[in-house]
Design a protein around this ligand. Structure first.
Ligand SMILES: Nc1ncnc2c1ncn2[C@@H]1O[C@H](COP(=O)(O)OP(=O)(O)OP(=O)(O)O)[C@@H](O)[C@H]1O
Length: 576
């Protein structure tokens, strides 16, 4: 199914292409001068042999040296400017693409449930590495080979012929080497990536591995698959090395061939001695791109593939959202005939939900596992696009809402809280430049200020892989502070009490009360019934449909003991 394009996809792709093409044209013009200036040394040799040696004139030699040094100086500057051109072009491309590509990757990850960000970042890196590397200039160099060949033919047709045959041999050898090694290399790389993926995937569950003594078996599996990869790599490397030695030897033989041709021509007095040395240098330069042509071609193909991935991501995977911020609203929430099916599936998870909530209302959502509660949460916060119907906050579609301004309106505590690399302060402030006043307010609202005070560095305690390890309950409470940061109008809490102790749960209830008093709409999804005491309304979701919805006491009263629903309602009955 075709998904919508990034709102600026066409513009971003056009700008990316423009930056690439204009950079290439500029570098091409510089290459023309650089290649002409590369003739400085052979021309110098020719002149020294033909003019200085014959005339024995040191004045001429000095003149030639001055001209050659000036030529090489200009060459040095132009070569540097060309390298800079590619560098500027690389950073310009990445600057233009970074944010929209990441936005599209995150959106695709949400839809597919598998992270697309790593691939998108790899594609961007590949593009930058290509633009700032050597392969990009291969065609710019290659178009000069025919000109050098023409110069050789102009010096003597035999030089041209030797150069032409040499070029054909080098190109054939490169193609043959590519043919012999490419497929095996690809298989070795795939096998290696698979090994790394498997082992790092398994090692994430290190506690279970350690506790149940699974390490020797895992290590055995890894060793076996590594041996397979190593065998593939060894065979490929052996072939590659043999061909590289052979190609190098051929090159030396070609130099001998062109010098010998020159020598014969000098003996027969058809050319000067200078032309013999110059032709050898020009031929070396002419053959240079042929060596890297096949590898350069492959890199061009890889870069084009990365570019087409990026283009596909921007055109087909990006959320189509408003680009202009929507002003804050008071927050009447209305859900209109909301249907959601995973893209590509005909079976809806949510089957036409309609309800509305006013500011200051707390809705509790209960229902058996897999009823669609978390899916509803993701639709309410506009992360997932509804298949039909919609979710509106004061008439504004939450999915289409520009993300920055919507983020200020909404707070979300997902079922599994993931805090990001950064300090507690950064995490609560949603990784923005933290306003200490707002961070403190959120921490107080979520009742975590004292808990944070007991951490080694308080609000500056660093979290993440190498940082402080919070307990499940602590993570959930910091996640709650992040959700209430900036006093959002709509707060969706998915199983917020799953890891909380009695104290934590009391703090959560106080936070929800404060949010209600502040006029926010709170949607609370939970299996543990105790927290539902705070809800004004209850909704029972079963198999993607609302089976009960109304004031808490009415819903609890309406449920018959035989009805297939969660124990939560039955437990609540006694407390309603
Ligand atoms: N991205 C997805 N792809 C395929 N199926 C999905 C996806 N997301 C959710 N589902 C399916 O939708 C159904 C509802 O899932 P959901 O997580 O919303 O249930 P839930 O009511 O929150 O369950 P629980 O109480 O166990 O957390 C499940 O059958 C789940 O397998």
């Amino acid at each position: 199914m075709k998904r919508p394009a990034h709102p600026r996809a066409a513009e971003i792709i056009h700008e990316g292409r423009k930056a690439f093409v204009s950079g290439l044209v500029y570098a091409g013009i510089l290459s023309a001068f650089i290649n002409l200036l590369q003739l400085t040394v052979p021309l110098f040799m020719l002149q020294v042999h033909d003019r200085v040696v014959n005339s024995q004139s040191t004045d001429t030699l000095v003149m030639l040296i001055i001209v050659a040094v000036v030529g090489l100086g200009i060459y040095c500057i132009l070569d540097y400017v060309r390298a800079l051109t590619f560098q500027v072009m690389g950073s310009k491309l990445v600057r233009k693409l970074n944010l929209p590509v990441l936005e599209a990757a995150v959106s695709a990850s949400v839809t597919k449930g598998v992270s697309q960000s790593a691939q998108a970042i790899r594609d961007l890196n590949d593009i930058r590495a290509f633009v700032t590397g050597n392969a990009i200039s291969v065609p710019l160099e290659a178009i000069w080979s025919p000109i050098f060949l023409a110069v050789l033919f102009a010096l003597h047709w035999l030089y041209g012929l030797v150069a032409l045959i040499s070029a054909a041999i080098i190109l054939s050898l490169s193609l043959f080497s590519d043919f012999l090694t490419r497929r095996a290399m690809k298989r070795a790389n795939e096998s290696s990536m698979q090994n790394i993926g498997e082992i790092s995937g398994s090692l994430r569950h290190s506690e279970a591995i350690e506790a149940m003594g699974m390490l020797p078996a895992l290590a055995g599996r890894w060793r076996r698959s590594q041996l397979h990869t190593q065998d593939l790599l060894d065979a490929t490397t052996r072939r590659g090395r043999a061909l590289a030695s052979f190609t190098r030897t051929c090159r030396y033989m070609m130099q001998i061939a062109v010098l010998s041709t020159g020598a014969i021509l000098v003996i027969q007095q058809e050319v000067s001695a200078g032309s013999m040395v110059a032709s050898s240098i020009i031929m070396g330069r002419m053959l240079l791109p042929f060596d890297s042509m096949v590898d350069g071609w492959r890199q061009w193909v890889l870069a084009m593939t990365a570019w087409s991935n990026v283009q596909d991501l921007l055109e087909n995977q990006a959320p189509q959202r408003e680009t202009k911020p929507t002003p804050p609203t008071q927050g009447e929430l209305s859900i209109d005939r909301l249907v959601y099916a995973v893209p590509g599936s005909d079976v809806p998870i949510l089957k036409g939900l309609s309800f509305s909530l006013s500011p200051g209302e707390v809705l509790g959502v209960i229902g058996p596992s897999a009823a669609g509660k978390s899916t509803l949460a993701r639709l309410l916060i506009g992360v997932t696009k509804p298949t039909t119907g919609g979710v509106y906050l004061d008439g504004n579609n939450v999915y289409l809402w520009e993300r920055g301004s919507f983020g200020d309106m909404v707070g979300y505590l997902p079922q599994s809280v993931s805090l990001l690399d950064g300090t507690i302060r950064d995490n609560i402030a949603r990784m923005r430049d933290a306003d200490p006043r707002l961070v403190l307010e959120a921490a107080r609202l979520a009742d975590v200020h004292d808990m944070i005070g007991r951490l080694p560095l308080g609000y500056d305690t660093r979290l993440g892989d190498s940082g402080y390890v919070l307990s499940g309950g602590q993570r959930q409470r910091i996640g709650l502070a992040r959700a209430v940061y900036g006093r959002p109008r709509l707060v969706v809490l998915d199983e917020p009490n799953a890891n909380l102790d009695a104290d934590g749960e009391r703090a959560l209830i106080r936070a929800i009360e404060a949010l209600r008093a502040d006029g926010a709409i709170v949607i609370l999804i939970a299996h543990r019934p105790s927290i539902m005491q705070i809800a004004d309304k209850l909704m029972v979701l079963q198999d993607g449909k609302i089976t009960q919805l109304g004031p808490r006491a009415a819903v609890v009263g309406a449920i018959t003991p035989g009805e297939k629903t969660v124990g939560a309602v039955m437990t609540l009955r006694g407390k309603a």
